[in-house]
Write a protein that binds this ligand. Structure first.
Ligand code: C2O
Ligand code: CU
Ligand code: CU
Length: 571
């Protein structure tokens, strides 16, 4: 298939319209539903000067963080070119920065609640005309520390973050957040963990040191030369991959393929982050052992909870108490992603379904006869070999290699967690609602795509007011979609929220039930999965800062397409 337009050329034109409507036009030429009205301009106007250090701020921890080209050994043979966060500790406890050996992931930043952090972030990716900026996912920070796209810097520039870590102990993470290029930058390797501890958590004596393991789960596709393959190289293939969300062919854990870890016969704290662009995992031990969950996005739960499996969508975290003390030395167990149903997502099955519908000349997906010399086979090619959303996968093998005597005991109470009360919400009878729809070849939130400089009336909230929000994954009868629709992990910047209710359309209940026993809604959350046809109610309060935040789908291709809006917090 021949293409004149590269994504970079489209980006140079500088608008979401150019990027995604060109893809949409290509899809329309393929017989898909046409793209709608022109999308607004993107962020090519010159950014304001990058934030500089404030001499009055005295950091406990000071880090130089670079986004730069690197090579990683992921598959046997040739190293893979990646983009990677590389860091150097300038001030502070040497334990504040922990590299993950052999991984393209950025070093894990470990800090205590209350510590002051200064990070000099430099965008040093050569040959890229896209901006970058670092988002501290899950932390409650002033808007200028939170990676609004208006703060994104050009290659060669440095942005200085200075903030006090105000959040509870927990597993947070950092990743790029430039408008329209987040998916690509994360996919190329830019991401790292940000782990906070505090006194309440320390007093529990949870497994620490070598028994505190963080596992970042991502999926990637590689070409025959071990290089990363992503949707964006081609607007024709790219448009489909963006619409569906990019699913990779192989599961990586901490940047390694075919990962196994060695453990002793004792308890571990496993911190799991789904750092994938679009894939949701239904994580379970293959032998059916229950999972004991001790924390979610915003830190420790009140008490441990048990689950047959944990459903982890992009951006979400859980922490497990995994006790291997009853296991025999020499035994092995597998953490798998179990099969689930109900969510459309391109991958081998899905795309071949489309292609066969096309070849048979029937079915709802009229994607044949391209007119422009393109065909669906070529269009679907970047994800043609990827397992579909919901396909079973092996994630991690755990090998018990050592005997250990220990008296690890799971605390029955983990934390005191203050519950929001719906009676106190200013809009208890009239939730603020956010509906995700797909009118044609794009995604919208309440009928709008992302515009960096626009805030609608229903996107302004008052500092300190408790609100009920209702998120709606609407059923779209769009021509590009299967009746069951897609899942969307919805993320809100600037706070942690509580999930107070879920409802699903009766006709989509079966798919929902294939993942719902794995939701962990007991604690603080910043990202919540909505299955097709689902509504989720939240209680939340922007309590700390006024300024511009964002709410978006954490399928990064959806975010880049504009399934995101600003949320303005006013005093
Ligand atoms: Cu982890 Cu706005 O994203
Ligand atoms: Cu975030
Ligand atoms: Cu989405």
């Amino acid at each position: 298939m021949t293409t004149q337009l590269t994504r970079r050329a489209l980006l140079r034109r500088g608008t979401r319209a150019a990027l995604f409507l060109a893809g949409g036009a290509a899809l329309a030429a393929c017989g898909l539903s046409p793209a709608g009205t022109a999308a607004p301009a993107g962020t090519t106007r010159p950014a304001r000067a990058p934030r500089q250090p404030n001499p009055g701020f005295v950091p406990d921890v000071e880090i130089r963080l670079r986004a730069a080209l690197a090579e990683a050994a992921i598959l046997p043979g040739r190293p893979t070119q990646v983009w990677s966060y590389q860091a150097e500790l300038l001030t502070g406890d040497p334990g504040s920065l922990q590299a993950i050996p052999g991984s393209f992931l950025g070093p894990t930043i470990r800090v205590r609640r209350g510590q002051k952090l200064r990070v000099h972030f430099s965008h040093e990716l050569p040959g890229t005309d896209t901006r970058s900026i670092v988002h501290w996912h899950g932390l409650t920070l002033p808007s200028e520390q939170d990676a609004h796209p208006r703060h994104a810097i050009a290659a060669g520039q440095t942005y200085v973050y200075e903030f006090t870590v105000a959040d509870r102990a927990g597993t947070y993470w950092y990743h790029p957040h430039p408008d329209m290029a987040t998916g690509r930058q994360v996919y190329q390797g830019l991401a790292g963990l940000f782990i906070v501890s505090d006194d309440e958590e320390q007093a529990l004596g949870l497994p620490s040191g070598e028994q505190d393991l963080a596992l970042v789960i991502q999926d990637r596709s590689f070409d025959g030369d071990n290089q990363l393959v992503y949707a964006a190289g081609d607007p024709m293939a790219g448009a489909m991959d963006y619409l569906m969300g990019f699913l990779g062919e192989r599961v990586l854990v901490n940047g390694q393929f075919d990962t196994s870890i060695e453990v002793a016969t004792r308890a571990y704290r496993l911190r799991l982050l789904n750092g994938s662009n679009a894939r949701t995992y239904k994580l379970g031990w293959e032998d059916g052992t229950l999972l004991t969950v001790i924390a979610s996005d915003g830190g420790l739960l009140e008490r441990p909870v048990e689950r047959p499996y944990v459903t982890l969508s992009p951006g979400e975290r859980v922490e497990l108490w995994a006790d291997f003390s009853g296991r025999a030395v020499g035994s092995e167990l597998t953490l798998a992603s179990l099969a689930f149903e109900g969510a459309e997502g391109a991958g081998a099955q899905e795309l071949s379904g489309m292609n066969s519908a096309d070849a048979g000349g029937h079915g709802g997906h009229d994607m044949g006869n391209t007119g422009g010399g393109h065909d669906m086979g070529a269009m679907a090619s970047t994800m043609a070999n990827a397992p579909a959303q919901g396909a079973p996968l092996t994630v991690l093998r755990v090998r018990v290699t050592e005997h250990a005597e220990s008296d690890d005991a799971l605390p029955s109470v983990l934390s005191s967690l203050s519950r929001h009360r719906i009676e106190e919400a200013v809009n208890r009878d009239k939730p603020r609602s956010f509906t995700m729809t797909q009118p044609g070849v794009r995604w919208e939130l309440n009928g709008r795509v992302y515009e960096p400089d626009t805030i609608a009336a229903d996107e302004t909230v008052r500092l300190g007011e408790l609100e009920v929000w209702e998120l709606v994954n609407a059923l779209n009868a769009g021509e590009t979609r299967h009746p069951q629709g897609m899942l969307h992990p919805f993320h809100i910047h600037g706070l942690q929220f509580q999930v107070i209710g879920r409802e699903v359309l009766p006709e989509l209940r079966a798919g929902w039930e294939s993942v719902s026993a794995g939701f962990v809604d007991e604690g603080w959350k910043d990202t919540v999965l909505l299955m097709p046809g689902e509504r989720v109610r939240l209680l939340l309060r922007f309590a700390a800062h006024t300024g511009t935040y964002m709410a978006h789908c954490h399928i990064l291709e959806h975010e880049d397409m504009g399934l995101m809006r600003n949320i303005e917090v006013v005093g």
